[in-house]
Design a protein around this ligand. Structure first.
Ligand code: SF4
Ligand code: SF4
Length: 413
């Protein structure tokens, strides 16, 4: 089966998904993970929302039915009825926007249930019914502080204070701009990633710099909850600072920044965007980076939706893991285009921390546990936050440790 899901590209207004909605076969393929290669029925689910609630409304086919009912003339659902509006909001905002449904539907049925789900959010915001109350502080914080965590702008580059050698890309010529993003800049659990990345870039003699306190949020969070107007403002402001540098390449270790820059900024950016896994893979292949330590570690790899399904980057992280001395990789059943979402996406960790984010993470940790590996490696700060927190909660059962791939790369230098 061809897999060209095109998740989150060219999202159209909701009315333009109307005809698609009528063409839904109700075949239920959007509920399934890789039917061609399923090894066990246990891991045949691909939709966190549908699997959690086990009701058709919460799968991709439910998205199609919702679009049909809201866009037919006259609409079958009265969105002005508060009870209807509440139910629609619940269905739409429990979607992690992982794109799994679209992977299965699009190659044969040519529909875009995940994109339609994003269009539904955009439409709800236009109707004054989105985002959810739980999302409002994040949106306000990004607008007021340029980060979702209500942290002062001046604290953004605190992690780099000890690293006096890092260039200021807003003042000095650089070939590469390293963009850590909000989570690696402010979250103390994820912050070490910024240090590992810069150590690795230095070791490979890469001419790079950062924007420091002049860096602002990419706006991914605002975009994912459907607030397109505020995203446009953030994007315009961000483009000014990104395009003010001499960098030919922007490198980020954040899946959300990578996906947002790759899709929503690309046409107006002066530089090429790469996830750090792509950049490190290239450094290894060109012989510019070598390892000297063996790690003696058995790992399994989790594909973040915004690196995998959204951007098609599957081989680079696996090439890095293969190149790390002493590391063996045992794959889970649901990988690459068929990966199971960690549950944090689409604002679900904020709005549905247990029902969706905790549920999906626990299922993933169990799948990782069954590989025999006790280290789950990934390359997305949101996956690391969500899987990491739930790994601690379930440690007695699964004994899984969650690590960023750059942690391993740094350790093996
Ligand atoms: S959305 Fe696609 S895969 Fe799902 S039931 Fe409709 S046609 Fe089938
Ligand atoms: S995008 Fe993911 S969570 Fe949303 S309906 Fe599709 S498979 Fe389910």
């Amino acid at each position: 089966m061809a897999k060209d899901a095109k998740v989150a590209q060219n999202i159209r207004p909701l009315m333009e998904y109307r005809n698609d909605a009528w063409k839904c076969w109700k075949c239920g393929f959007c509920r399934m993970s890789n039917p061609d290669e399923q090894k066990t029925h246990k891991y045949s689910d691909n939709c966190p929302r549908g699997t959690r609630f086990r009701f058709d409304s919460f799968y991709g086919l439910g998205t199609q039915e919702l679009v049909r009912a809201l866009t037919c003339d006259p609409p079958e659902l009265d969105i002005n009825d508060p009870a209807v509006a509440e139910r629609v909001r619940e269905i739409v905002y429990t979607c992690t926007q992982c794109g799994g449904c679209q992977t299965n539907c699009n190659p044969t049925k040519h529909l875009e249930p995940a994109n339609a789900s994003i269009a539904l959010r955009n439409w709800l915001v236009e109707q004054g019914l989105g985002p959810l109350d739980e999302h409002q502080p994040l949106v306000k914080s990004i607008i007021n502080y340029d980060n979702p965590w209500m942290q002062p702008r001046a604290a953004r580059a605190k992690w780099a204070k000890k690293k006096k050698t890092i260039k200021d890309a807003s003042k000095e010529e650089v070939e590469v701009l390293y963009y850590p993003g909000c989570t690696a800049s402010y979250d103390p659990v994820i912050q070490p990633v910024a240090g590992w990345v810069t150590e690795v870039l230095e070791k490979a003699d890469v001419d790079f710099g950062i924007l420091g306190k002049n860096e602002i949020c990419c706006g991914s969070t605002v975009l994912r909850v459907g607030d397109k107007d505020n995203f446009r403002k953030i994007r315009a402001k961000n483009l000014e600072s990104l395009n003010s540098t001499s960098a030919k390449t922007i490198v980020t270790a954040c899946a959300g920044c990578f996906s947002t820059f790759s899709h929503e900024y690309k046409e107006d950016l002066n530089a090429e965007v790469k996830h750090i896994v792509e950049f490190v893979d290239e450094l290894l292949q060109e012989g510019k980076l070598t390892f000297s330590k063996s790690l003696d570690l058995e790992v399994t790899y989790h594909d973040p939706c915004h690196v995998g399904l959204y951007c098609g980057t599957y081989d680079a992280p696996r090439n890095i893991l293969k190149a790390l001395p002493g590391v063996t990789v045992t794959e889970m059943q649901r990988i690459r285009e068929w990966s199971w979402c960690c549950g944090a996406g689409g604002g679900c960790r904020t709005a549905y921390p247990e029902e969706i984010a905790g549920f999906a993470a626990e299922a993933r940790l169990e799948e990782a546990f069954e590989t025999g590996a006790r280290t789950l490696v990934t390359c997305c700060p949101f996956c690391e936050q969500n899987l990491g927190e739930n790994a601690k909660r379930t440690f007695e059962r699964f004994g899984i440790q969650v690590r960023d791939i750059m942690d391993l790369v740094y350790e093996a230098l």
